[in-house]
Design a protein around this ligand. Sequence first.
Ligand SMILES: [Zn+2]
Length: 364
Amino acid sequence: MSNEIIGKIKETVELAEKEIKNIKNNDELEQWRIKYLGRSGFILSFTREISSMHDDLKPLAGKEINKLKKILTGLYEEKKKEIDLSYVINELGHKKEVLIYTYPGREPDFAYFHPITIITKSMINIFKKMGFGIWTGPEIETDYYNFSALNTPENHPARDMWDTFYLDYSKGILLRTHTSPIQIRTMERFKPPFRIIAVGKCFRKDAFDSSHSPVFHQMEGLMVGFDINFAHLKGALIYFLRELFGAEIKVRFLPAYFPFTEPSAEISISCVICKGKGCSTCGGTGWLEILGAGMIHPEVFKNIARKEPSYSPDKITGFAFGMGIERIAMLKYCINDIRHFYNNDIRFLTQFRLNLGDNNEILL
Ligand SMILES: [Zn+2]
């Protein structure tokens, strides 16, 4: 009886090996598997035969059946690999895509715009609609362009308004404290009339806390011509602020002092958080300070006129304004700590982008 079953097993292995050699695809392989390893296959029918054997013979027969099962399973797995591999190799030549379904999916990498880039693009787009050109300038400046040309000569008390990083104090080489030097350089280069926006990084010896950073971004505007007056300034800024924050906001102009403008104004908008009722963001006042502006001081024009005579203050007037881009972004997107912009925390940057929703005004 035992020899009989061993003989059958040997025959089965030979037959199975012979059959599997001719198998070309997964369907045929599945038929083969059912025939040998399935519920009514050879292995189980042998196992059933054991139960009718003499007890002395059962262990040996069981061992032989296990051996057979191992051989058949090995044959099956090897063939399966061979078929999958030949599928990939053959199909790659004909199809652009091959789905290897056993591989885990790969997350695509997305590039995100930084929130400062997004808000800067939005702001530029509004000024472009009003016909402003975009201009930049060097971050390392001279004392002359950063201060003197802007009516802030040496020992002028207004210089204390900006805590300056000097690269070489004796030569007056510094990191610009505002983007206003760009305005001077642009006026020296182009005759009036024109209107530009100046954008860039600025540097001040400020503490790095929730509302200050030693490096920040500014956007300034300059419009010069033959009959520019305060009404033009008001018109341009009110249009800009309502485009950016919504048509329903109120805009307030208060008198202020800057050495390079006269008269000067400090411009606030009604609080975007509490709609003017008073909250912690606006310090309970209902207003948010957002811009400094004014009519260009005749002394500034006199400085330009030394190099470019068409800027005589008798003939030319103009307005200028400036704002911190981080502050605008914080108000627009409800960000309460300026440090989030610089920490490069991917959780903040990606979350921020998702939160933008319909307000994502990237226009390239
Ligand atoms: Zn408020």
